[in-house]
Design a protein around this ligand. Structure first.
Ligand code: NOJ
Length: 741
């Protein structure tokens, strides 16, 4: 046993070694080893334990006296604790009170903002604006880091194709390519270029793996995918986030092919470590080790802990499995000290990289906290993304933008709500001071009137408020209805079997539409909804998601034309529930149904619904209009090492300046395995002034044609391809090319 003075000397040694760690992996190893060498088994296990503060929990809290546990060195990491003051208090306990003084790591779910809340992640994804999304993550990181946090449990990169699943709101939607680009942007935003920069936070890619493919859209439910589907559709965004530098990964709750992810050696070691060379640490989701028991792969917590550590899971979130059982598992010879050391080293290395050994309090600066949180620049960034996230779904007779100064009847349970604007995972965001759509619209519609009536509750059958709402409609020039789902109908544990707006709200919309007044429907929701009736009953529809702290202002400004909507759906909106799962990059089948062909009975179709969704992936209108012309390819034959330059002229033919998301899709006509009808392979968001034309160019190379071939090797195959360029995934503007080896 080392004496305390030896420990101090060694600590001084590694403290002076700290500094530019990211670039020096050897030194990092050396430093981690120097600490490891001082630690008892209990202290080592402590670094593999993550407990929640009792501030904010999303699941059962394990009975534990956290302060004492920190002091004893048996808890090295805390989540759900923030503010510079509170984290300093806890950090002092670890640094001054524990034997080795190893600093704590503080984590939190900073998903779409910390104090200044941005649109929910699905909404941000609808902006298709990678710079804006990166900026959003950067602002979130700045605010979180200023409030004592080192680590965010984001980005959530789970591909989701089932709108029943409430957590579809937390990701980037249904598409792998878009999901990868957004995953990278978010990691860049959170982590910046240097983890030691106290304005950044460590990212945690979640939920590994395939959490978004939950059976029947029910949260935590079974996932069963072919390996081809897993590798082609679901895994790439995790990999993209890691390639962008993310250094922690969270396991998912679900099983995959019969093995819960948290016990899966194949996922956590074979793929993550051996194939992908991941060098950071893996944390479980909340009590996910304990859940191996109800999953039915462990009979007790000790076995569960053994399965997880053997799988390659480094840190136990809140479950107590590692703290209670790792020691006895080592003593019984079931697992080795080397396994523990490997995991501990990964955690220590991150603590060094974050600069915590240099200065454990570098994130606990109350002055910085005050200056950073809700700064005007942060609010401006949130406003910018909120505007960009909105998707104009319909705009008949150019009802929108509204002319200023008109008399507006504003109706609906979301029209004067503040809390709902923030959506789920609002982190530390406050809503009491923010503007509802009502207050923002009143202010923005200068010279006009805005008369607000709630009209009805979210649910129920009470129509007693209808009359007053309808009366206001009769006296107005135009009606704006703000309908949808309350904020907690999406997010974790918020799956639905219906994807409709609740009946009472629909009934009110129907009544309002019968008055003949122009009706603008603003939607707030965190999942694709089936909006077939609403499409019929309204003249204009604006998908606003849950737009965040500045969402009220953003909705008002978009309605009044201060910002011309530019968002595009990152996920398909079905016509009805029965079409689920529905996504754009489906396979053709052996009996494809041809929309315009003669009646064909034995074809892949429904008897009672078209196959097509109401709004396809990539869809979104603008107050102006765009025309695509002159799609041209520099060559129609591609070969390895070469590229096709694709160009297209996009003209703004309408009356407003506007941004368009120009999308490029490719179809591989014949493969050794069946290929999707279309796959997104590139996009660019560009501003085109009214009346002007911009040439947009893309480069297509063999890498864009790669897929998992019949033998599961990854690469392109020679053959014929079609390339589509347009404003959504339905675009028929195409050219053919070939690829030869
Ligand atoms: C459970 C959620 O699945 C996960 O996304 C989150 O990060 C943890 N709880 C911690 O709050």
């Amino acid at each position: 046993m080392k004496t305390f003075s030896t420990i101090l000397t060694t600590l001084t040694f590694f403290l002076t070694l700290s500094g530019t760690l990211t670039a020096q992996p050897d030194k990092l190893d050396q430093k981690a080893d120097s600490v490891l060498g001082l630690m008892t088994l209990d202290e080592k296990i402590g670094q593999l334990v993550l407990y929640t503060s009792n501030w904010d929990v999303t699941g059962p809290v394990m009975p534990t006296n956290t302060m004492e546990t920190i002091k004893s060195g048996k808890c090295g990491n805390i989540f759900n604790a923030y503010t510079a003051k509170y984290t300093r208090e806890l950090q002092e306990i670890a640094v001054k009170g524990s034997r080795l003084g190893i600093p704590l790591l503080f984590g939190y779910d900073v998903i779409h903002g910390h104090k200044t809340i941005f649109p929910i992640s699905l909404g941000e994804a609808a902006s298709w604006d990678l710079a804006a999304i990166e900026k959003g993550a950067r602002v979130a990181a700045n605010e979180a880091a200023a409030m004592g946090l080192h680590w965010t449990f984001a980005p959530m990169v789970d591909i989701a194709r089932d709108p029943r699943w409430g957590r579809i709101s937390e990701g980037a939607g249904e598409d792998t390519y878009l999901g990868c680009e957004i995953a990278k942007a978010r990691v860049r935003g959170f982590q910046g270029n240097d983890l030691a920069d106290p304005l950044t936070v460590l990212a945690c890619v979640k939920h590994f793996a395939a959490y978004g493919a939950a059976q029947a859209g029910r949260d935590y439910h079974t996932v069963d995918l072919s390996e081809r589907m897993l590798r082609e559709v679901y895994l790439p965004p995790y990999k993209a986030a890691l390639d962008a530098g993310a250094l922690s990964v969270m396991t998912s709750f679900n099983e995959l092919d019969g093995v819960p992810a948290t016990a899966s050696h194949w996922l956590m070691t074979d793929i993550l470590r051996n194939e992908w060379k991941f060098d950071g640490f893996v944390v479980t989701d909340y009590t996910a080790i304990n859940e191996l028991i109800p999953h039915g792969v462990a009979g007790n917590l000790k076995d569960a802990a053994e399965l997880s550590i053997d799988a390659g899971v480094d840190m136990d979130m809140q479950g107590g499995a590692y703290s209670e059982h790792l020691k006895e598992l080592v003593e019984a010879g079931n697992i080795t000290v080397e396994q523990i050391d490997t995991a501990v080293k990964r955690v220590l290395k991150l603590k060094f990289m974050l600069g915590l050994f240099d200065d454990p309090y570098r994130y606990c600066d109350e002055k910085r906290e005050k200056e950073t949180v809700y700064s005007q620049a942060n609010l401006d960034a949130a406003y910018d993304v909120a505007c960009k996230s909105m998707v104009l779904l319909k705009n008949d007779k150019q009802v929108l933008p509204l002319q200023k100064g008109k008399s507006i009847a504003l109706i609906g349970p979301l029209a004067d709500s503040k809390r709902d604007l923030l959506g789920s995972w609002k982190a530390a965001g406050d809503w009491d001071q923010i503007s509802s759509v009502y207050s923002a619209l009143k202010k923005a519609n200068s010279g006009g009137r805005v008369v607000y009536n709630k009209g009805c509750d979210f649910t129920g059958s009470d129509t007693s408020l209808f009359a007053a709402a309808l009366e206001s409609v009769r006296n107005a020039d135009v009606v704006v209805m703000v309908l949808g789902e309350p904020w907690d109908w999406t997010g974790e544990a918020a799956s639905r079997t219906s994807i409709s707006i609740p009946g009472i709200q629909k009934k009110l919309l129907n009544e309002v539409s019968k008055t003949g007044k122009p009706v603008v429907l603003v939607l707030m929701n965190g999942r694709p909804l089936a909006l077939t009736d609403e499409f019929e009953w309204s003249d204009a529809m604006l998908e606003a998601w849950y737009p965040g702290t500045m969402g009220g202002e953003a909705v008002a400004d978009v309605l009044l034309g201060k910002y011309n909507p530019s968002g595009k759906l990152p996920v398909t909106f079905p016509r009805n529930l029965g079409q689920i799962p529905i996504f754009y990059n489906v396979k053709n089948t052996g009996r494809p149904y041809e929309k315009d062909g003669p009646e064909q009975k034995y074809r892949s179709r429904y008897l009672d619904s078209p196959n097509e969704p109401l709004f396809p992936f990539g869809y979104g209108l603008s107050y102006t209009s765009f025309e695509y012309k002159n799609l041209s390819l520099s060559t129609a034959s591609l070969s390895p090492g070469k590229a096709i330059e694709v160009s297209v002229d996009v003209t703004n033919t309408g009356k407003f300046d506007g941004e368009e998301v120009v999308q490029l899709y490719i179809r591989d006509l014949v493969g050794s395995v069946t290929r999707p009808l279309k796959e997104l392979k590139g996009f660019q968001k560009i501003l085109i002034p009214k009346g002007s034309t911009k040439k947009v160019s893309f480069k297509v190379t063999a890498a864009d044609l790669a897929f998992y071939r019949r033998d599961m090797s990854f690469g392109p195959e020679a053959g014929d391809f079609i390339l589509y360029v347009g404003g959504d995934s339905d675009s028929a503007n195409s050219e053919a090319f070939t690829f030869s080896e």
